[in-house]
Design a protein around this ligand. Structure first.
Ligand code: ADP
Ligand code: MG
Length: 705
């Protein structure tokens, strides 16, 4: 790359040291190259002229043009409030054009009785339309009408605006920058792609994204830049996979052995579903192939992923390797451990649990057991990826509910042994296809699309808070019938004390409505001492407690088949995927189960749509697609981290799905011919892919929770 693109933005005329520091801090734009890639987020069409009436009617229009004749001018107010007002009108009404400074210059310039094009931000003040500090132009003769004058708007903040980092200045700096570098913008896509897909050159695209010469060129510029962005992303993911596959140094599990068979014959209390068997066969095939497995296992909540994962780990153990399973929360890791302990004892497998609260002494024993190979299977939380955890021969890794772990964390597990272990990522969050393609694009996918037999679909209802008494009546009735109830409060950020207050207040009000000793209610949340938490969990698991009040941490994995009612408080604060996950906690037994969504009486249109969708369908994939539509990609539960890591500048997963799928096909075709992008004609692509990958490594690990 030309070195000029690495120059500090402070050298761009007009920016200077101070503003540069501000821009670096607020926008993370450091170099000429960064600035060039800071695109307007929307455009205003300066060929469109609004009428005063239109502007009065639609307050969402902010920057607009009016074509008005000046009727009267004059200064009003005193001192600091002194301003210059030009009263102007078109056929539909009046507008005040207002200036607070540079009065003299304006007075000299404006001619009463003349027609102007006023461009600026329109506001309605005391029922009068006004425009502060508009730009004034003399209208061009009709005959010389410009084809387009699209004007880019750059995103900014209050703080930046105050420091003079405004769209207007940004436009100036961008102009100056393009003056300096436009001749030196190099092509990043090979000629044959540009020809085949009739793309603008990179140079034309960048010039037009900032200063569109016409609407047509603007859309071609956007297309070219999105195409490039998505293509490089897909190439990078798919090439990585090819690298892995062609390297071919996967651990080989040759036999299905004693432990696996003993578990199957002696411990398994039910028949596996066809889908479960199929997944085990797929994993078998991968682990025999000599290639390292990287597989995503998608299966709705309750579809029985754990047992599949466990049997895969036994495959590893039977072949002389260790296995590890990483869960997102301590509760869940502990639950996996508890549920497997008995069975491991029966079949003679040594199991250990490692979490953040494992005591030092025990930790030492685990470390030794792992290093000597005495421990066969380790279950744990994040603690498992710490550098100090070393295995003798780790051969298989399971990541449960992976969406909570970043891609980077996944790769950290690979460094735990000299040969990369096989990796199985399990998730219950159905991910829209396009998103899976991007985030998990390097993984093969297995699906458990069948629930164990005898499950009844959960009935879902939505109630406003004002109907709470009625809901309590329903809960009493269910408890009379011997059922148990979850009441869940949102826990958006584990650090937010507010959320803990909600759950504690909630607990108190439940206890008032369901008084002991007749009813037993327990509370479980992340800020409690582990032993108190365990106590609560156990009371509920054993059936001694009727109601469990909890934060949304229970969303992942708690398994109490007799609990058949899930009440979700402030349901509007959850995304659809998360609501779906929570709902999956019930409906595990033979009884009819219920999910009750409680929301405030005032519900946004978006919130209403989410509640309606939950009531209408239990199809996780349908819900995830809808979630993507409603909330956009960035907000999708659990994908945020991965989303940020993708760092898309112009393309949007969700909005540009069609293009993404198209480009995926293009990427596949390129790699079909040239597996690792090593041919001469793809050298530009290889360079771009490599540089994007080296950038990934600099991501601050501490930012990933
Ligand atoms: P998830 O896929 O959500 O992790 P789990 O693995 O926790 O689901 O399984 C949910 C429940 O279903 C567990 O109690 C498990 O023992 C049970 N289960 C799993 N597979 C079957 C099956 N084939 N038949 C009956 N019950 C099963
Ligand atoms: Mg699970």
């Amino acid at each position: 790359m030309d070195k000029i693109f690495l120059s500090d933005i402070k050298y761009i005329p007009g920016i200077g040291e101070k503003r540069a520091a501000m821009i670096k801090r607020e926008l993370e734009i450091f170099t000429y190259g960064d600035l060039l890639n800071f695109y307007p987020y929307r455009y205003i069409d300066r060929t469109r002229v609004y009428t005063v009436q239109e502007a009065m009617r639609d307050d969402s229009l902010s920057l607009i043009q009016l074509r008005v004749r000046i009727e009267k001018v004059g200064a009003v107010g005193e001192g600091a409030k002194r301003r210059f007002v030009a009263v102007a009108r078109d056929a539909t009404g009046y507008v005040d054009l207002v200036w607070f400074n540079a009065l003299k210059w304006i007075i000299d310039k404006i001619e009463v009785g003349r027609e102007y094009i006023a461009f600026g931000k329109s506001v309605i003040f005391n029922g009068v339309l006004s425009m502060v500090h508009p730009e004034l132009d003399i209208p061009l003769a009709e005959s010389s009408k410009r084809v387009s004058y699209m004007y880019g708007i750059y995103s900014s903040t209050e703080k930046l605006n105050r420091a003079g980092v405004t769209t207007r200045n940004m436009t100036k700096w961008m102009g100056a920058l393009l003056g300096l570098v436009s001749d030196r913008i190099e092509e990043t896509l090979p000629e044959y792609l540009i020809k085949r897909f009739d793309l603008l050159s990179r140079r034309e695209a960048l010039v037009n994204i900032h200063f569109p010469a016409s609407t047509e060129l603007l859309s071609r510029a956007q297309y070219r830049l999105k195409f490039e962005e998505l293509l490089l992303l897909q190439l990078s993911i798919l090439r990585q996979r090819n690298v892995r596959v062609t390297r071919g140094c996967g651990i080989v599990f040759t036999n299905v052995g004693e432990k696996f068979n003993r578990f199957y014959n002696e411990c398994l209390e039910f028949d596996l579903t066809e889908a479960q068997k199929r997944v085990i066969r797929e994993v078998r095939k991968d682990t025999r192939s000599g290639r390292q497995m990287n597989r995503l296992l998608q299966g709705d909540v309750g579809s029985g992923k754990t047992v599949v994962g466990f049997m895969c780990m036994l495959l590893a153990v039977d072949n002389g390797y260790q296995a590890a399973m990483m869960a997102p929360t301590e509760i869940l890791a502990t639950q996996h451990y508890e549920s497997l302990r008995q069975q491991c004892e029966t079949i003679g497998v040594k199991l250990a649990l490692l979490t953040g609260s494992t005591k030092k002494r025990e930790r030492k024993m685990i470390d030794e057991g792992l290093r000597s190979g005495e421990i066969n299977i380790l279950i744990g939380t994040h603690a498992l990826i710490e550098d100090s955890v070393q295995f003798a021969n780790l051969g298989f890794v399971i990541i449960d509910e992976q969406h909570r772990f970043g891609v980077i964390q996944r790769s950290r597990l690979w460094t735990k042994s000299s040969v990369e272990p096989h990796v199985l990522v399990m998730t219950a969050t159905p991910i829209p296809r396009t998103l899976a393609m991007t985030i998990y694009g390097d993984l093969d996918v297995s699906v458990i699309d069948e629930l164990p037999p005898g499950r009844k679909p959960v009935k879902t209802m939505h109630f406003f808070d004002s109907r709470r008494l009625q809901v309590f009546g329903f809960l009493r009735d269910q408890i009379e019938r011997g059922r148990q109830v979850y009441v869940v409060y949102p826990l958006i950020k584990e650090s937010e004390n507010m959320d803990y207050k909600n759950v504690e207040d909630g607990y108190e009000s439940i206890v008032r409505a369901f008084p002991p000793p007749r009813y037993v209610t327990v509370i479980v949340h992340g800020k409690m001492k582990p032993q108190d938490k365990d106590f609560g969990m156990n009371m509920f698991k054993n059936g001694h407690a009727h109601i469990m009040v909890a934060t949304s941490v229970i969303e992942v994995g708690v398994n109490v088949p007799n609990a058949s009612v899930m009440v979700i408080e402030s349901a509007e604060r959850f995304g659809l995927s998360q609501l779906h996950q929570l709902r999956g906690r019930v409906g595990r037994g033979a009884e009819q189960s219920y999910c009750i969504l409680m929301t405030g009486d005032k519900l946004s249109a978006d919130g209403r749509k989410r509640m309606e969708a939950m009531v209408r369908t239990t199809d996780g994939f349908e819900l995830s697609e809808l979630d993507l539509k409603l909330r956009g990609y960035g907000d999708l539960e659990g994908t945020q981290q991965s989303g940020n890591m993708l760092d898309l500048k112009i393309a949007s997963i969700g909005k540009d799905n069609d293009l993404l799928q198209f480009v995926r096909g293009v990427a596949e075709a390129i790699l079909e011919e040239d597996e690792l992008l090593e041919s001469e004609k793809n050298s530009l692509l290889l360079e771009a892919v490599k540089s994007s990958q080296s950038k990934d490594k600099t991501i601050d690990l501490s930012r990933i929770s």
